[in-house]
Ligand binder design. Structure first.
Ligand SMILES: Cc1ncc(COP(=O)(O)O)c(C=O)c1O
Length: 404
């Protein structure tokens, strides 16, 4: 391993490489089917409209959309976000919305506001690897709390908080992705939501609710936002990345009253303002389209893809494996039987020209060795079916080497 440069801080070693980038080269090889990246399919995005609107906006409002702009975000976009959230049954007011350069930036800024270096935080096991990168770079001690098919387990959360308290450690936040979780694809049960909120409130732990996939439910359903249950203790993070285009880099945070001013100042210090052109494109798009029905068309496509991948995997997984059946979002999560390692499986998969992300990157150190994340968002149903067939060959190849 290369020796770190003496000028670099201890914190600089905490940033983690992206496991998707780790398999990037393999996934770029001709003929390879990638189940790795959680990318939305941009053929579902209004690219022609965005092209025309970009040139119209620059021509007609160039002095505004290419100039520095408000640090909190433009009023027109914040009003659109309030409406979008209202359709999800979440009440927010324009003054409470902080627009950011993607929800990744929102999480980074919120982490800076809530945590000092060396603090402990709670996350799901497994959790979004990009969040772990932020937490690693902030020098935090990350405690992974178990999940099951109904999401985060309240009793495990309670127990972990108790256990940490016995060591004199109070977690500074709970980071959770309640809906169609990345990487596991599960959704927090409605019955658990008030309980999770209550546990954290009682323990004095603010919640960061990250919800980039909530609008992508395969069937219409009520998903109660944790922020709606306790607006003074929950910061909500939203994003246009999965429902419009990630390259616009537009997300937002809806913060409790006490966090609004520091959040605005910290966001301004980080990026001055999120791209005004991107904000204008998002706001204009929402104003001139039936955004909800466009999202439901995209969701129908993702639902077919999930069904294609999961259907084709049934009967191909090694005996004793489990697979999550997501009701929305982009991902499914496989747990292989004892004795398997996904590192070995990945070599066999690359040989068969299919790639996935090994589970270890999403888990506590040493955990997740026999788990893998499969993304169904990007490839067509035919390619997903073929990808599952190739994974089946990789399972056979790995089983033979385990038996040898
Ligand atoms: C759970 C989760 N949060 C945040 C992000 C980052 O989103 P954005 O593009 O809005 O920064 C992602 C992207 O994959 C994600 O899966």
């Amino acid at each position: 391993m290369q020796h770190p440069h003496p000028y670099l801080t201890t914190r600089s070693h905490g940033f983690l490489p992206s496991p998707v980038r780790d398999v990037w080269e393999a996934s770029m090889q001709p003929g390879v089917i990638s189940l790795a990246g959680g990318n939305p399919d941009l053929s579902l995005a209004p690219l022609d409209w965005l092209a025309d609107a970009s040139s119209r906006l620059i021509r007609d409002r160039g002095h505004e959309v290419l100039q520095y702009s408000s640090g909190t975000g433009t009023t027109e976009l914040r009003e659109s976000i309030v409406e979008l959230m209202a359709a999800e049954h979440i009440h927010a007011d324009v003054a409470g919305i902080q627009v950011t350069a993607g929800s990744q930036m929102a999480l980074d800024v919120v982490t800076k506001l809530l945590c000092e270096q060396g603090d402990t935080i709670l996350v799901e096991d497994p959790t979004y690897v990009g969040a772990l990168g932020i937490f690693g770079g902030a020098g935090l001690r990350v405690e992974h709390v178990p999940m099951d098919a109904d999401g985060l387990v309240p009793e495990a959360l309670r127990e972990r908080i108790r256990h940490l308290a016995a060591q004199g450690r109070r977690p500074r936040m709970l980071y959770t992705i309640p809906n169609f979780q990345n990487p596991r694809g599960v959704t927090l049960a409605e019955s658990r939501r008030p309980e999770i909120v209550e546990i954290c409130r009682a323990a004095g732990i603010p919640i960061v609710e990250d919800n980039p996939y909530g609008m992508l439910a395969f069937e219409p359903r009520q998903l109660t936002s944790l922020h709606e249950l306790d607006p003074e203790n929950v910061v909500y993070l939203g994003s246009f990345s999965k429902v419009l285009a990630p390259g616009l880099r537009v997300g937002w945070a809806t913060a409790p009253e006490w966090m609004r001013r520091p959040l605005q100042l910290a966001s301004e210090s980080t990026v001055i303002c999120a791209s005004p052109l991107s904000q204008a494109l998002a706001a204009d798009y929402i104003a001139h389209h039936d955004f909800r029905s466009i999202i439901s068309r995209a969701t129908a496509v993702y639902a077919k893809r999930a069904a294609a991948l999961i259907g084709a995997l049934e009967g191909r997984l090694p005996e004793g494996s489990t697979l999550t059946h997501p009701q929305g979002g982009f991902f499914s999560w496989v747990t292989l039987p004892e004795g398997w390692t996904t590192a070995e499986l990945l070599d066999a998969a690359i040989y068969e020209k299919v790639v996935f992300v090994p589970g270890a990157s999403f888990c506590a150190p040493g955990e997740g060795q026999r788990e893998l994340r499969l993304a169904f968002s990007f490839e067509s149903p035919d390619r997903l079916t073929e990808g599952a067939r190739r994974l089946g060959l990789a399972f056979e190849r790995t089983a033979a080497s385990i038996a040898a």
